[in-house]
Design a protein around this ligand. Structure first.
Ligand code: TMP
Ligand code: ZN
Length: 404
């Protein structure tokens, strides 16, 4: 189910304008089996809006989270570096904010429990997550887990004014009713409770021109400026901020009731950086949309040239963001290789390109390899030296087309 937005999700202003239109496409993680190929495939508009009041950046049409996250097959534990990152986060939070094992730690969207499991043994914890599959894994680890979507109602029932820490990683961009979510967080926090969340920084997406990270799962593209205003409206002060190089860059934001914790210079540093890039101004987003179109033209040109010369182009990695790129540009790939067993044998949503195990490249030598998982470009070049020598052309599509 799709809802068209006529107001800003952060501040409720009606003064929102469309700044980018990527066309209509299926959800980026809706990979198809061979049997699915003959069936109708629902597509939804993918357009980005800018709020002239609070400067928030968000999708103009929002899918019902129940359609995306109930049967979600993404597990944190599948990504080694992410698990390590979360373990370090748990250690740091425990050391900085936890005084006794009786302090309650709540995680919203805690997935398979990869973060909560790293808190000291015996710590009172609670995971709230809507995904059936992830909840099973979390419970199997012995983590008290509530299966369901987070909102202010469930917050009141489960942990009214009692949480020392509320953690929400990679969910603040995903919950359409973010105002209700922040109200829920505030409801759960003890008087000296801390709300910590990690979210992709729009500043990073903007600076890298990583527009393929725009897809239906990501409802918001946050700047600290817009988030800070929202948190303050619900009585929370941002007192610290750090950034980490995860999938580009995430901001780790710390908020609490005003005056409870000293304010570091992290938040003002981030705000200054956002201001220096004019992320509070509408015309910046119009320039950004122009850059998106330029990349599309480049990719279409590359693809047309390859076709004209009879050269084959194979995709490397089938990340969700690759589907935004393929569906928006309409470029042709002969096939894609990906290490994920669940994706192998399937087809990409919308573009219907078949996905094979990487071993296919042991016997096949395409003319070009397009690195769709471009955020891993460095490590791919490192691990595929032999293939690189044989193929010669590793094309990276972002920020503008370049050769690895
Ligand atoms: P992610 O950006 O969501 O982690 O997705 C990366 C995708 O790319 C995932 O489907 C796995 C795939 N991939 C490969 O097939 N080979 C690789 O070497 C890397 C790094 C990723
Ligand atoms: Zn707004």
């Amino acid at each position: 189910m799709l809802t068209h937005r006529d107001h800003c999700g952060l501040c409720h202003s009606k003064d929102i304008v469309r700044i980018l239109d990527l066309g209509s496409m299926p959800p980026s993680n809706a990979f198809l089996t061979k049997a699915d190929l003959g069936k109708p495939e629902p597509v939804y508009p993918l357009e980005v809006m800018f709020c002239r009041d609070c400067t928030a950046v968000q999708l103009g049409a929002v899918l019902d989270p129940r359609d995306i996250f109930t049967d979600y097959r993404y597990f944190t534990s599948a990504s080694g570096p992410l698990v390590q990152h979360f373990h370090r986060m748990a250690e740091s939070l425990a050391q900085r904010f936890i005084e006794s094992s009786n302090d309650l730690v709540v995680e919203i969207g805690g997935n398979d429990g990869s973060l909560l499991e790293a808190f000291p043994k015996g710590q009172r914890v609670l995971n709230i997550d809507p995904s059936v599959n992830a909840v099973k894994m979390s419970l199997a680890k012995g983590i008290p887990t509530h299966k369901g979507f987070f909102d202010s109602h469930i917050a009141r029932i489960l942990a009214s004014k009692s949480a020392k820490l509320v953690i929400a990683n990679n969910v603040m961009a995903h919950i359409p009713d973010i105002r209700d979510a922040v109200l829920g967080v505030e409801t759960m926090l003890a008087p000296d409770g801390v709300f910590v969340f990690e979210v992709h920084s729009f500043a990073n997406l903007f600076s890298q021109s990583g527009w393929d990270q725009i897809y239906h799962e990501h409802v918001y593209y946050h700047t600290l400026k817009a988030l800070k205003r929202l948190l303050e409206e619900f009585g929370l002060e941002v007192f610290d901020l750090e950034t980490y190089p995860i999938h580009g860059e995430v901001m780790r934001v710390y908020a609490a009731r005003p005056g409870v914790y000293p304010v570091t210079d992290g938040p003002s540093r981030q705000l200054r950086m956002e201001m220096s890039w004019y992320l509070h101004r509408e015309d910046t987003y119009r320039d950004f949309a122009g850059r998106v179109e330029d990349t599309k033209k480049q990719l279409v040109h590359f693809s047309d040239e390859a076709k004209r010369c009879g050269a084959s182009v194979v995709g490397y990695g089938a990340p969700a963001k690759g589907n935004t790129l393929l569906n928006y540009t309409g470029i042709h790939l002969d096939y894609i290789v990906d290490t994920t067993p669940e994706k192998q044998g399937c087809f990409t949503p919308g573009s219907h390109i078949e996905i094979f195990p990487p071993e296919k490249l042991l016997t096949d030598t395409p003319d070009h390899l397009m690195i769709l998982a471009w955020n891993y470009a460095g490590e791919i070049k490192e691990k595929e030296r032999v293939l690189h020598d044989r193929i010669g052309s590793f094309v990276v599509p972002m920020p503008t087309l370049w050769y690895l």
